[in-house]
Write a protein that binds this ligand. Structure first.
Ligand code: 4NP
Length: 130
């Protein structure tokens, strides 16, 4: 039986950073033929996409900035299993905050893309399956 690791990426709007993180991580695992080992999804805190059930269903809830982290910690049920942390903790360049690009220019999105790519590799490595 294949063990499935479930990962939920979370930002504020679920428009920019978490869908990008989901797509990039999915691409990384697809290329390595690991997609059957994962369930990957994304959500935002602004519209209350993240429900209490998610904290029981997902192994990892990886968010983008301190504000997301605070919001998630404030609703995480005490006995839930999810590891809630900054996705940027897996950045090999140690830039832990994946900043909101929404009100800035394209450079912010380019930077986010490079950052979530590094973090995706770092996260996969941390799971000790590569
Ligand atoms: P995200 O960016 O959290 O990376 O999806 C944002 C998208 C939309 C808004 C804020 C942040 N907004 O206020 O609509």
């Amino acid at each position: 039986m294949t063990e499935i690791t479930s990962v939920l990426f979370v930002c504020l709007g679920n428009i920019c950073r978490s869908p990008m993180a989901e797509a990039v991580f999915q691409s990384v695992i697809d290329k390595r033929n690991y997609s059957s080992n994962f369930r990957v999804d994304s959500a935002g805190t602004a519209d209350y996409h993240v429900c209490k059930q998610d904290f029981y269903e997902f192994d990892y809830i990886l968010c983008m900035d301190e504000s997301n982290l605070q919001d998630l910690r404030s609703i995480q049920p005490a006995n839930s299993k999810a590891v809630v942390k900054l996705f940027g903790k897996y950045d090999s360049e140690k830039d832990e905050i994946i900043r909101d690009p929404y009100y800035g220019g394209v450079d912010g999105f380019d930077y986010n893309f490079a950052q979530v790519t590094r973090c995706s590799h770092g996260f996969l490595k941390s799971l000790s399956i590569v």
